[in-house]
Design a protein around this ligand. Structure first.
Ligand code: HXC
Ligand code: NAP
Length: 287
C-alpha cells in the first residue's frame, strides 16, 4: 500500500478549502493533506478548543488554518462562518461537508429528537453549507466545487444507525440534484465519497462499543481483509476537488475495500466454505 501524497505539493497553491468537522478524525487528516498541497484551510465545528488544538498542531505558523466554531445545524452560524472565512482568506474555493453525528441503537428505542439531531447535523448541516457557500459563489461568479462525505449505507440503508442512513441518503440526493442544477447554470461541481470503515475515535467510540468489538470487527466484512488508511481516503478527496477531476460531477465514489458488495452478493456467504468441501463437490460432479 502506498502511503504518500498522490498530487504534487503545489496543487492547491492559492486555493482555500473549508472543511466542516475539520478538527478531528477524517476531517483532521483531510486538513493535514490539503495543507501539504499548498491550500489554506478553514476548519469549523462546535468545539473551539478542539479546533484550536488541531490548528496549532498542523500549522504552528498560524498562517494557513483559520479555526472558527459554529454549529452546522444553525443557518445563522453557517452564514457567520462563511462571511468570516471570506474576510480572513479573501475567498473560498472548495467546500467539504464532513461533519456528522451518529450512534448505534435499535430504532424503536429512539425518540423523535434523536432523529432530529442526526438529520440536523448530517443533512440540514450539508444543506446549510451548500446554500451559504453556493450563494456566495454564484454572486461572485466563482466556479467552486463541493465534496460531501457520505457512507455506503446511503445506497443500501442499514439496521441500527437508521437516522444516519436516512440523512446520508438525503445528502446523496442533494449531491446528484445540485450537480445538474448548479453544474448547468454556474459550472459548480459537486461530488460524494462513500468511505467504508476508516478508524477514528469519533466513529469507533459511538459505533463499535467494546462489548460489540468482536461481532462488529469491520475487517472481517471486507474482501481485502483490512480497514482503510486515512491517506487512501484523503488522496481521493484531494483529487476529486482538484482541477484534475474537472470532468467529474455528480459522482459517488465508494472507497471500502469491496465491503458493501460483500454483503450484497447472493452467494457471498460461501466464502466460509473450506477448500476441502469444494474439492469434495468437484469430485462428486466428476462421477
Ligand atoms: C439513543 C441518543 C443517543 C444514543 C443521543 N441520543 N445519543 N439516543 N442513543 N447513543 C438522543 C438524546 O437522548 C436526545 O433525545 C437526542 O438524541 C439529542 O441528544 P443530544 O445529546 O442533545 O445531542 P447533541 O448534543 O446534538 O449531540 C449529537 C450526538 C453526539 C450525535 C448525539 O454523539 C455528537 O455530538 N456526535 C458528533 C460526532 C459523531 O457522532 N461522530 C461519529 C460520526 S461517525 P431526547 O429525546 O432524549 O431529548 C459516522 C461513520 C459512519 O458517521 C460509517 C461508519 C463505517
Ligand atoms: P468524527 O471525528 O466524530 O467527526 C465528526 C465531526 O463533526 C467532529 O469534528 C465534530 O466536531 C463535527 N460535528 C458534529 N456535530 C457538529 C455540529 N452540529 N456542527 C459542526 N460540527 C459538528 O468522525 P469521523 O469518523 O472523522 O467522520 C467524518 C465523516 O466521515 C463523517 O461524515 C462520517 O459520517 C464519515 N464517515 C466516516 C467513516 C469512518 O469509518 N470513520 C466511514 C464512513 C463515513 P464537534 O464535536 O467539535 O462539533
Amino acid at each position: 500500500m502506498l502511503s504518500k501524497n498522490m498530487l504534487s505539493p503545489d496543487t492547491y497553491e492559492g486555493q482555500v478549502v473549508l472543511i466542516t468537522g475539520g478538527g478531528t478524525g477524517l476531517g483532521k487528516s483531510m486538513t493535514e493533506h490539503y495543507l501539504s498541497l499548498g491550500a489554506k484551510v478553514i476548519i469549523t465545528s462546535r468545539k473551539q478548543d478542539v479546533l484550536d488544538e488541531t490548528a496549532k498542531a498542523l500549522d504552528p505558523s498560524g498562517e494557513n488554518i483559520f479555526a472558527i466554531s459554529g454549529d452546522v445545524r444553525k443557518a445563522d452560524d453557517v452564514d457567520r462562518v462563511v462571511a468570516a472565512s471570506v474576510a480572513h482568506f479573501g475567498k473560498i474555493d472548495v467546500l467539504i461537508n464532513n461533519a456528522a453525528g451518529n450512534f448505534v441503537m435499535p430504532t424503536e428505542r429512539l425518540s423523535s429528537r434523536a432523529f432530529e439531531s442526526i438529520i440536523g447535523i448530517v443533512l440540514q448541516g450539508s444543506i446549510n453549507y451548500c446554500l451559504a457557500v453556493g450563494k456566495y459563489w454564484i454572486k461572485e461568479g466563482i466556479k467552486g466545487n463541493i465534496l460531501n462525505i457520505i457512507t455506503t449505507y446511503a445506497f443500501t440503508g442499514t439496521a441500527f444507525t437508521v437516522p444516519s442512513a436516512c440523512a446520508k441518503a438525503g445528502v446523496l440526493a442533494l449531491t446528484r440534484s445540485l450537480a445538474v442544477e448548479w453544474g448547468k447554470k454556474y459550472g459548480i461541481r459537486i461530488n460524494a465519497v462513500a468511505p467504508g470503515p476508516f478508524p477514528t475515535e469519533g466513529a469507533w467510540q459511538r459505533l463499535i462499543p467494546p462489548a460489540f468489538a468482536d461481532l462488529a470487527d469491520p475487517a472481517k466484512q471486507i474482501p481485502l481483509g483490512r480497514v482503510g488508511e486515512h491517506i487512501e481516503l484523503t488522496n481521493l478527496c484531494t483529487y476529486l476537488t482538484s482541477p484534475y477531476a474537472a470532468y467529474i460531477n455528480g459522482a459517488d465514489i465508494v472507497i471500502d475495500g469491496g465491503e458493501w458488495l460483500m454483503g450484497a452478493g447472493q452467494f457471498n456467504q460461501y466464502l466460509a466454505i473450506p477448500e476441502q468441501m469444494w474439492d469434495m463437490l468437484e469430485q462428486m460432479r466428476g462421477k
